[in-house]
Design a protein around this ligand. Structure first.
Ligand code: UDP
Ligand code: MG
Length: 304
């Protein structure tokens, strides 16, 4: 069986056509299927349409979350619930095209890979979105050497082994594309041209994208905290040079000049310290979140 996990937040306009396209595309694979539609606390008619589709097609199953938890949590809910031998993660707005599903499935069956991820060869988002996501992918790739993630999103197919491996990760600050790379196994790729969202607006605001990017960087790289250390070491060298300069000035009798250097040094170290206090705060906040161990999502209703 193939399980397809689809997070949905206020997608009433596209939903019916999308599910139909999905059912059609999956028929080609000749496998039993379940479409796990995760309603991430939608406030429009998403849930009603899902329920109608559920009555018409028994493959359509619904996990209705108790409120909006965000994309990563919604995907997690679907992954926890999926029972298939293969599990697909995809967006519900046609940006991960349903007709690629047979291609993904063929690839995972024939290539011996445990994970097949779709790489976006081109993408049709707005300029600013493309700019920020490209920047994030560059930084993330540079910081986590050797991890192929550039231009990949959630769209992928996993076999049972890879699916089980991902389920072992219980962290609350989640970045699933990162986890998917972290688990290892045989990872293969297909390439596609990512179309624009067919209708409606993106449900991931720029703020949500930034916070997802920050979660990814804090939880998958050591670089923010390492930067503290490096700047600290630089500070020690600067301070040593200043010490020599001060002593020499004193000995040579030039001591009273120095208000500017004093002022600069104080403000320089002051600002570095404040910056890094803030940065350490980010870590403490994330540690606090993990220690609280709140559930990642709560399910209100299940339609099987
Ligand atoms: N989504 C979700 N919860 C949210 C935001 C988005 O389940 O809080 C779903 C959304 O319905 C869509 C997928 O996640 O199926 C991708 O979202 P979107 O297309 O808005 O993001 P983008 O493609 O613009 O990054
Ligand atoms: Mg989209």
């Amino acid at each position: 069986m193939i399980s397809v996990v689809i997070p949905l937040y206020n997608e009433e306009r596209l939903l019916e056509g999308f599910l139909k396209a999905l059912l059609e595309a999956l028929e080609e694979t000749g496998q039993a299927i379940e479409l796990i539609c995760v309603d991430d606390g939608s406030t429009d008619a998403t849930l009603e349409i899902l329920v109608q589709m559920h009555h018409k097609h028994k493959a359509v199953k619904i996990l209705s979350l108790s409120r909006n938890y965000g994309l990563q949590a919604a995907l997690t809910a679907g992954l926890d619930y999926a029972k298939g031998d293969w599990v697909v993660m995809m967006d519900g707005d046609f940006q991960d095209p349903p007709q690629l599903l047979p291609v993904l499935f063929e690839k995972i069956k024939t290539s011996g890979a445990d994970i097949v991820t779709a790489i976006r060869e081109t993408r049709n988002d707005t300029f600013s979105r493309k700019f920020y996501t490209n920047m994030f992918h560059r930084i993330f790739e540079a910081l986590t050497k050797g991890q192929q993630i550039s231009q990949t999103g959630n769209f992928c197919i996993l076999n049972k082994k890879a699916h089980d491996a991902i389920l072992k990760f219980s962290e609350r600050n989640r970045y699933l594309p990162g986890i998917r790379n972290l688990i290892g196994f045989n990872h293969d790729f297909i390439r596609y041209n990512r179309p624009n969202r067919l209708e409606g607006e993106s449900k991931m605001s720029l703020r949500m994208l930034f916070s997802l990017g920050a979660d990814a960087i804090y939880s998958f790289t050591k670089w923010p905290i390492r930067a503290c250390l490096y700047l600290g070491i630089l500070g020690i060298f600067t301070f040593s040079a200043a010490l020599i300069y001060t002593l020499a000035s004193k000995i040579l009798g030039l001591a009273p000049v120095g208000w500017s250097s004093m002022f600069l040094a104080i403000s320089f170290f002051g600002s570095i310290q404040l910056t890094f206090l803030g940065l350490i705060g980010e870590y403490i906040y994330r540690i606090f979140k993990e220690v609280q161990a709140r559930p990642i999502y709560l399910v209100k209703d299940v339609y099987e």
